[in-house]
Design a protein around this ligand. Sequence first.
Ligand code: KIV
Ligand code: ZN
Length: 503
Amino acid sequence: MARIKIFDTTLRDGEQSPGASLDPKEKLQIARQLSNLNVDIIEAGFPITSEGDFKSVSNIAKEIRGVSIAALARAVEKDIECAAKALKHAKSPRIHVFLATSKIHRKFKLAKAKDEIIKIAVKGVKHARKYVDDVEFSPEDATRTEPDFLAEVVESVIDAGAKTVNIPDTVGYAVPEQYASLIKSLKENVKNISEAVISVHCHDDLGLAVANSLTAIKVGATQVECTINGIGERAGNASLEEIVMALKTRKDFFGHTTRIKTHELLATSKIVSGLTGLWVQRNKAIVGENAFAHESGVHQDGILKERTTYEIMRPEEVGLPKTKIVLGKLSGRHAFKKRIMELGYELSDEELEHTFNQFKILADKKKDIYDQDIEALIQDEKSEVPHIYELDSLSISCGPNTIPTAGVRLRVGKDKIVDDATIGDGPIDALFKTIDLITGTKGTLLDYNIRAITSGKDAMGEVIVEVDVEGKSYRGRAVSTDIIEASAKAYLNAINKIKRSKK
Ligand code: KIV
Ligand code: ZN
């Protein structure tokens, strides 16, 4: 029996999801929750790629304790030095060096022969070891690398000082049996393999990332790289919550443990989805809205008689509260605070006071307040987006045989009010065009999504927009019982991020 190390790469590979860019404050917020979840390693970013990423890694390295903090670097000196600098204040820093090894990458991307690849990999690992003891090496596209050559690379980097060797299925090409036999053959044929931890890192292009990771664990991998909600490059990475709960629920089969506090899984999933704007599908295993919902009468009857008839995990194990207490207009501060704590959130006194006031305003518009409503208020409260422009008021006119028109008034800072009005192809187009006029924004709306957070006609609507400005995309999110207001606020949220990044 082994304790499997959970290497979370939500903030690095996860953030490579199209449109999911996070700023340093948002990344720190997620890192704090990953630390509550008790992952073993947080891959905080790829510092050479941008100032923002450098700052994120450095902030996380300064604050988070009890978890190793990793930074990614290509096998080149300037990347490694930059990663080392960003990790300077970490208690347990790890530099994660990678270099592609497959024939396709060697020929088309790197134009390097096998012996040169080995030299660069070894040099990279040795260079990283000058700064930290804990060095991980990843032969990128390992599953499409000739197995003999892969074994040679792995042996060389271990000799050079790598303490972890990660075997990435970079393009999600592997299938479980084949991936497991690759890991097994490395265990059998690399003579110094016992000196390093074998790690797995699978992408989900064929929907096999979790299955591949689990079969690799079954044959001896003891570190698994994964992301919350399975977000990541293209189809994503292996989902952390699915791997952890599979290991826990099927301990009889796998025989391993993790140190994850599984009751934090749902809260972590919600924080990541709220901050990235990447919604979780309803039927997603473990954290989807339907994951513990029983619709069929036969199932409901079975559950009432004996829970295990149709439930292999207890909802509380993943952090789903037992009862959905509904709050309303008459609920007091005490009940509100208690519910927030039960939902796994921590608010300062000031945040609590402000959120409670928002709750009262909402309760005037909406009869029953559900957990999702409260969570939406908390996400708003915790949002670190600056309030450069704030919505003061708006009016929309639209309908058959009318020209959609929006009038918007915004507050800038404490006292300044600016307003304008214009027409558009529809009410949202008119609204966004007016906001563009007032704020001087020249962007392109890439995406606009709206959904009801809870059920009922008075449900709060959540709007997420994605705006492209000069080739960079920004997301904005807002909730309200009025979907036009939510749209305006979400758009302003994105604009405030744009203004901040320009500053
Ligand atoms: O998928 C991949 O190969 C990676 C490496 C950088 C580990 O993300
Ligand atoms: Zn990856």
